[in-house]
Design a protein around this ligand. Structure first.
Ligand code: IPE
Ligand code: IPE
Ligand code: MG
Length: 224
């Protein structure tokens, strides 16, 4: 049985869910946040140590301003309402991505990270303004400062995910089979599960089913 330390999730399908229910895309985002809370709870129950959630990509800035603003206000309200409770549950929050947000958002993210930095039950890596290619460029530039020959360990050490083990599995909801610039380096040997359901419909049972399936997979890493 494989041990599960790190689960990464591309939470896709909120917009379509909102439209499908004859409401707005933003309504779908709001509903999707409920799934986030369920999956955090379930991750703790299943003793998972790292949960990486793709919340906003470097490409998502292309969306209408109204949607982008809504997503950030949703995050802001979530943190203001929930950070104390996350802290009490011994959850550590880490932001991965390029931190060029508004001053107010930057400050809130900083406070939230600092407040929870000593916690060790579950680490939530929130991928915000995250793009794997820009992360790799960032890593290479960091290494290049010492002008030395680069090895694999150097690259890993300078990614936003430094010190975080690679995901054991990736789940993408929303019936789309692509990586969308998410963790290209870190997913090199992860097991990938594409889930048909839209993110707001994804539930604890679906999650548990995937975790159980993962546990039984024979992981070869090139060996036999
Ligand atoms: C949520 O799903 C992912 C985010 C960027 C917040 P989408 O908003 O991409 O939903 P669909 O894929 O358009 O349905
Ligand atoms: C990936 O979903 C990004 C997040 C889940 C935050 P998208 O909906 O942005 O991906 P594409 O653009 O359809 O590939
Ligand atoms: Mg999408």
């Amino acid at each position: 049985m494989n041990h599960i330390k790190h689960v990464a999730i591309i939470m896709d399908g909120n917009g379509r869910w909102g439209i499908k229910h004859k409401k707005s895309r933003n309504f779908g985002h709001k509903e999707g946040l409920k799934t986030v809370e369920k999956i955090i709870k379930s991750s703790i129950k299943n003793k998972i140590k790292y949960l990486t959630l793709f919340a906003f990509s470097t490409e998502n800035w292309k969306r209408p301003k109204k949607e982008v603003n809504f997503l950030f206000s949703l995050l802001e309200n979530f943190l203001l309402r929930k950070i104390s409770s996350l802290n009490k549950q011994n959850i550590k929050l880490k932001i991965i991505g390029k931190k060029n947000f508004s001053k107010k958002m930057h400050k809130l993210l900083d406070i939230s990270e600092k407040k929870t930095s000593k916690n060790n039950r579950l680490q939530i890596n929130l991928a915000l303004n995250y793009g794997s290619k820009s992360e790799l460029v960032h890593s290479f530039n960091e290494i290049n400062k010492d002008k030395k020959k680069i090895n694999e360990n150097d690259i890993s050490k300078h990614l936003y995910t430094q010190n975080i083990p690679d995901p054991d599995l990736l789940i993408r909801t929303g019936n789309t089979q692509r990586l969308s610039n998410f963790l290209l380096w870190q997913l090199a040997y992860s097991e990938i599960f594409f889930e048909k359901k839209l993110w707001p419909d994804f539930n604890e049972r679906d999650y548990k089913k995937i975790l159980e399936k993962f546990k039984k997979i024979k992981r070869n890493y090139g060996n036999i």
